[in-house]
Design a protein around this ligand. Structure first.
Ligand SMILES: [Zn+2]
Length: 138
């Protein structure tokens, strides 16, 4: 798969130029240059063989060695081998993901309450937002 430079930049920036598996700093210009310092590839967080897609949500930067040793195992498993639990997303990205969780948490809890107990709507929406915000970023 060949990615346009613009997309490669966006993928690289998602993790502030770090491998999402081991956290090592990658060198932007060494994309696909096997053996070069900080060489990296686009990694499918969910392997294509496991139904992963080419959408931006599923693409992360990884060292060529991490990418190739990961195979079809999950990101969680591959990161665990490196003693890590999550992608090294930038703070801005984490906050964006968490806000997304909060909004969906509020929407889900709010809608459920609206249906079953309209007088508790606001309370439930706030609780849902808090729960959503606390969800770990994968
Ligand atoms: Zn790595």
């Amino acid at each position: 798969m060949k990615y346009p430079q613009e997309q490669l930049d966006a993928i690289y920036d998602k993790t502030s130029g770090k491998c999402h598996i081991c956290g090592k700093k990658l060198v932007r210009s060494n994309y696909g240059v096997l053996g070069a310092r900080g060489c990296w590839e686009v990694e499918h967080s969910v392997a294509v063989a496991k139904g992963g897609t080419d959408s931006m949500n599923n693409l992360l930067a990884a060292c060529i060695s991490c990418n190739r040793s990961k195979g079809e195992s999950t990101s969680r498993t591959a990161r665990a081998r490196n003693g890590r639990s999550r992608a090294p997303y930038s703070a801005a990205k984490v906050s964006k993901i968490k806000t997304g969780h909060a909004v969906s948490g509020a929407a889900i809890a709010g809608l459920a309450t609206l249906f079953f107990a309209p007088e508790l709507f606001l309370v439930a929406a706030i609780a849902g937002a808090v729960v959503g915000y606390e969800i770990d970023v994968d």
